[in-house]
Design a protein around this ligand. Structure first.
Ligand code: APR
Ligand code: PHB
Length: 393
């Protein structure tokens, strides 16, 4: 088998890159370890930056997002029993964010790919990467008991944090930067109307909470919990009671609770691998970086990587601009580190990082400053809606 771009992983990064390439007449094959249903069953975040929505529209998968997604012009920050609004439009040059679940983005991309007749191979457990230092790289794997070689020009490693791609970069030149946080997020999805029309990020002496949503009838809530916590110990009742105890009273009194339809604990991590390319292999999305979810940047960073790699490959194939290829890692990492900083900072400002009351008081002063001054609100808003993309040249 031969293709121009071989893509490992059918998460949002692989699917979006595949769709953009397909529309540009650049052939590609996606090889995914899991089944399509499994990929769609993963509940992930749901806030899209304008750069992400623009890219999805460019990929011609924006129709349902524009019909069903909710444009949010502000987010709310709760602390000390009060709520402060971050007016995104006012402080981020008229920009807003779109609330539309990652699961829905993935579904739209899968449908578009099937319609375009592009090849996706699912349930392939044994992909291996070969010859990326040469001009004839390939993937090898087994399909229906038969060994298959997929020859290509370039390989896009879109296989997430647990994938194989980044290990194909020799350890002598691979730098890994990591920070693990001593807490996780306990998340609940429920068929209940959201408590607020905008997202609420809350700091409380008992720990962080987040009120989010998937639609006007489906809510997503999170609580900061110690990493040692077990999901089995959290009945729905316990979850709702704890959530209400962390919210300002005026919000708690509006909360509609109901049975959870999903409940899980996710650890928080910051991680970056450098460089993001080696020979003809390019890392994209979670394969190269993880952010704690507090800034809502995970999916958006995957989209900005895709943006850079797609623009470069398009110019390589349509204008012979192979000189642009070495620029990918630097362009992507520049935006990634800034988003890492924002995600780390939001996490530090809103979570219970230490038991020292001094640290807690400093956090409150920081929250007051950033939600109570024009310069603070501008910094928050501009980072939240997403920093601009650079030209690839
Ligand atoms: N071979 C083939 N596929 C693999 C392999 C492998 N060895 N290892 C992992 N995969 C697949 C996974 O099963 C998954 O479907 O790669 C895909 C990676 O998808 P994601 O983890 O969703 O990563 P990505 O596409 O980069 O999406 C970015 O945004 O909200 C964040 O972290 C969240 O998923 C998220 C991300
Ligand atoms: C979510 O809706 O799941 C969500 C929203 C915003 C975040 C993180 C998660 O920052």
């Amino acid at each position: 088998m031969r293709t121009q771009v071989a893509i490992i992983g059918a998460g949002p990064a692989g699917l979006l890159l595949g769709q953009l390439l397909q529309n540009a007449g650049i052939s590609n094959v996606i090889v995914e370890r899991r089944s399509g249903d499994y990929v769609l069953s993963r509940i992930r975040a749901g806030v899209l930056e304008e750069g992400t929505t623009r890219l999805l529209r460019e990929a011609k998968v924006g129709q349902r997002m524009d019909a069903e997604g909710m444009v949010h012009h502000g987010v709310q920050i709760a602390f000390m029993d009060q709520i402060r609004r971050v007016d995104l439009e006012r402080y981020a040059d008229g920009k807003s964010v779109m609330v539309y679940g990652q699961t829905e983005v993935t579904r739209d991309l899968m449908e578009a790919r099937a319609k375009a007749g592009a090849v996706s191979l699912y349930e392939i457990p044994d992909v291996s990467i070969h010859n990326v230092e040469t001009d004839h790289p390939s993937l090898q794997f087994t399909v229906n008991g038969e060994k298959e070689i997929l020859e290509c020009d370039y390989i896009a490693g879109c296989d997430g944090f647990h994938g194989i791609s980044r290990h194909a970069i020799p350890s002598e030149i691979r730098g890994e930067y990591e920070k693990v946080y001593p807490f996780g997020w306990l998340g609940v999805l429920s068929e209940t109307p959201p408590v607020s029309s905008e997202l609420i990020y809350g700091a409380h002496s008992k720990g962080f909470f987040l009120c989010s949503m998937r639609s006007l009838t489906r809510s997503r809530y999170y609580l900061e919990v110690p990493l040692t916590e077990k999901v089995e110990h959290w009945s729905d009742d316990r979850f709702w009671t704890e959530l209400c105890s962390r919210m300002p009273e005026s919000t708690a009194s509006q909360l509609v609770s109901g049975p959870s339809i999903e409940k899980s604990i996710a650890p928080l991590r910051s991680f970056v691998v450098e460089p993001m390319q080696y020979g003809r292999l390019f890392l994209v999305g979670d394969a190269a970086h993880i952010v704690p979810p507090t800034g809502a940047k995970g999916l958006n960073l995957a989209a900005s990587d895709v943006n850079y790699l797609f623009r470069i490959l398009e110019k390589v194939y349509h204008a012979g601009r192979t000189d642009l290829l070495p620029r990918y890692s630097g362009l992507a990492l520049d935006r990634i580190w800034k988003s890492q900083r924002f995600s780390w900072w939001m996490t530090s400002m809103l979570h219970r990082l230490s038991a020292n009351p001094f640290d807690h008081r400093v956090q409150l002063a920081e929250l007051d400053y950033f939600t109570g001054s024009d310069e603070g609100l501008r910094t928050l808003a501009r980072n939240y809606v997403g920093l601009p993309y650079q030209d690839v040249g």
